[in-house]
Design a protein around this ligand. Structure first.
Ligand SMILES: Cc1cc2nc3c(=O)[nH]c(=O)nc-3n(C[C@H](O)[C@H](O)[C@H](O)COP(=O)(O)OP(=O)(O)OC[C@H]3O[C@@H](n4cnc5c(N)ncnc54)[C@H](O)[C@@H]3O)c2cc1C
Length: 343
């Protein structure tokens, strides 16, 4: 394998019902920095049916090139057809780096492609950089139970691939004046050759989606003491129109379902405001919330690690402070005519 044949940074543009997933736009932002360091074009690749109107958006968010395969057989995500599409593109155009969102479909596709291309894949990455001299992708992720960050390299194979968690990278501001190159391809695959059929699409309307999308989150930890005290977390959230989250210890205690766990083995969240109440700030929790805009921590231990990532810290007993906050916000709501605005 001649590594010099491989050039360019590519991002899988995941779309559902002709809407681009947020993580793909975030990856264009991250990919832009890598491509600039390597002095190569940044490309997005888009598979689906009737998706051509999305191409301009991919360019506006930072891509120099967009590879498109637009065929009815790609209307819904299926491993087999999408993998064939990516294989065709990767083998013909030989990108040196391919990034995918760590979504269910992104992870499924990336692992299938890695197997068929006999290359490496770093899963669930939270940091990306590149060693421009050796043209090596540095994909970092928590390892050994989150106690260390491991930086993983793929020195012997190409392309270098990683899946990246949603909401950890920042998308660029879209620029509709940008221009890019569009390259169209076709896969030779018939519906009758497909082993899977999509019979019905059922949308997930559980709380899980709402936590990831929430603008304000009140997250409680084991420091709340027991299930009864944890009701204060629900009451504060209800008062200010926030979603409720918890640490893994809270979920293990049965105070919340797993869908509401924030952290390495739960949801990654980036709300405007994140209340961390009675939470120590273990690395496995912090990786899931550290990109929140404002973090307000309440903990009775002034040395709790959560204060290292907090914008504002209140040292004290949550069981005394939270009822006061609830009372204050209820009063504020009455004064403001029933609504608190986060604009
Ligand atoms: C592989 C692996 C994956 C993990 N994944 C996750 C994950 O996804 N999410 C996650 O959250 N954790 C995860 N963990 C667990 C993590 O390491 C911590 O154990 C957990 O986050 C601690 O939860 P906590 O902060 O609620 O509890 P504790 O660490 O027990 O902290 C409680 C805090 O509350 C404070 N406190 C106590 N009483 C009060 C009071 N009255 N008022 C104010 N403060 C008070 C204490 O000072 C303390 O700081 C994972 C661990 C491993 C090994």
């Amino acid at each position: 394998m001649n590594f010099d044949d491989y050039r360019g940074v590519w991002v899988f543009i995941e779309q559902n019902a002709s809407k681009i997933e947020g993580v793909s736009l975030e990856l264009l932002g991250a990919g832009r920095k890598l491509a600039d360091k390597l002095q190569v074009p940044l490309a997005g690749f888009l598979l689906g049916h009737e998706i051509k109107p999305l191409v301009n958006q991919v360019i506006a968010y930072g891509a120099d090139e967009v590879y498109v395969i637009d065929q009815p057989i790609l209307k819904h995500y299926r491993t087999e057809s999408y993998m064939q599409g990516v294989m065709l593109l990767a083998q013909k155009y030989k990108p040196e780096i391919i990034l995918y969102g760590a979504t269910p479909n992104g992870k499924d596709l990336a692992s299938a492609v890695a197997t068929d291309l006999s290359t490496g894949l770093t899963a669930d990455t939270t940091m990306l950089d590149v060693d421009a001299t050796n043209r090596l992708l540095e994909a970092s992720r928590p390892a050994f139970g989150g106690n260390i960050m491991a930086t993983i390299l793929c020195k012997k194979h190409r392309p270098q691939m990683a899946t990246v968690r949603p909401k950890v990278m920042k998308a660029l501001e879209p620029d509709s004046a940008r221009h890019g190159k569009i390259i169209e391809e076709k896969i030779d695959l018939k519906e009758e050759d497909m082993r899977t059929k999509v019979l019905k699409i059922v949308n997930d309307v559980t709380k899980k989606a709402s936590l990831a999308e929430a603008h304000v989150i009140v997250c409680g930890g084991k420091g709340m003491g027991d299930l009864q005290n944890f009701q204060l977390i629900h009451e504060l959230a209800e008062t200010i129109g926030a979603s409720v989250g918890g640490t893994r210890d809270v979920v293990e205690a049965g105070w919340l379902p797993h869908e509401q766990q924030v952290g390495q083995t739960g949801e990654t969240v980036t709300p405007k405001i994140y209340f961390a109440i009675g939470i120590s700030g273990a690395i496995q929790h912090v990786v899931g919330m550290k990109n929140s805009e404002f973090i307000i921590a309440i903990n009775k231990d002034p040395n709790a690690p959560i204060f290292d990532v907090a914008t504002y810290g209140i040292v004290g007993d949550a069981l005394e402070i939270v009822p006061k906050l609830i009372e204050h916000f209820k009063q504020l709501k009455t004064e403001k005519g029933g609504e608190i605005s986060y604009a």
